[in-house]
Design a protein around this ligand. Sequence first.
Ligand code: KE4
Length: 428
Amino acid sequence: MIYKRSSALFAEAQRVIPGGVNSPVRAFKAVGGDPIFVKEAKGAYLYDEDGNRLIDYINSWGPMILGHAHEPVVSAVVDKARKGTSFGMPTEIETEIAALAVEMVPNIDKIRFVNSGTEACMSAVRLARGFTGKDKIIKFAGCYHGHSDSFLIQAGSGAVTFGSPNSPGVTKGTAQDTLLARYNDIEQVEGIIESNKGEIACIIIEPVAGNMGCIPPVKGFLEGLRALCDANDILLIFDEVMTGFRLAKGGAQELLGINADIVTFGKVIGGGLPVGAFAARSEIMDYLAPLGPVYQAGTLSGNPLAMAAGLAMLTELNQNPEIFKSLEGKTEYLHNGIAKVLDEENITYTINRLGSMISVHFSEETVVDFDTAASGNNDTFKKFFHGMLDNGIYIAPSAFETWFITEALSYNDLDKTIEAVQKVAKTL
Ligand code: KE4
């Protein structure tokens, strides 16, 4: 594959944008080489600036669950744009999408829209602190809840990719209120709660981790967190920015049958436009300004354009719940196909999968937390990434990310992907 124009554009971008990108993981630092610049996309395919067509397994890190430039979303946005893009005043469409989200997701009465997953998670933690009157939070090494200061403590995704889990600029004062636990280790969480009795406002977790690759919760882990929160007056925050409206209509709460106190959303809920949200039962949400004392605000929150994209997306998912089963079937097919060809080539690997989230780890250990995710052979991953790219398949440019399956993928696309793995496996 030729990437001449992408490389030229990257050189230009670096003159005026730090690192040439507006989000670090896009810079290919973890895999080497220059990033691909996308010209346009449709369905399951990206078309880069050098005329290459790539089968896309990132889908903008999750939002494009129905494929790129999905017609109902596009026309909803175009129609809305003609009537104005933002007013900074309430509009009916915000109520429509809020009511639909409340109908689709268990345990929430009200939802507040913001502009990113980071903002949703940041606001959810502030709300939990305000509601409980307590300061400390528990997060899990390798989980990523966006780039708000409280979360950049052994965060996943781009933060780990950069090998700089704790970012400069996060003060000691902030860091001291963030307690770190190991994913899937309920005993450790119990110990942390014991040694911080009465001080913990919330536990925030990705119910299915997606920022260390895909790591499903082991049996009993989430149930244990639920019980510990109930016994200690701690709010359980499910960060469903990735899993929300992807694993099921009601997200991980529905699929795994665990009730969270606050749920955060992003990605799919915006249909590809900048939307985040956080939601809970009224008793908690009514603590938010202008009703309650916890302040949270945003100029473009709930803007009609983003709401139109999100409403079109959620409406289609709500009316066609069989999409989630179809996504799961495609992901399982891909999993089995990749496993078969890697076994044939005697490659050491493990594949984690849940619903339409999947990741390939070149590790002999079962990947259940940050440390085992980090034990993967990164050199092998780099070769795998570039080999797949050269075969027209775009997977996450980091071993600490999840692949996102889109309904726009055909089984022919999946077969092409498996064939590419077979070819690349011979070079590993
Ligand atoms: P945003 O602020 O990027 O919209 O959302 C932050 C966030 C919160 N919670 C979870 C579970 C997330 O996965 C994310 C963002 N995901 C990354 C991909 N792993 C976004 C990609 C990027 O940083 O460019």
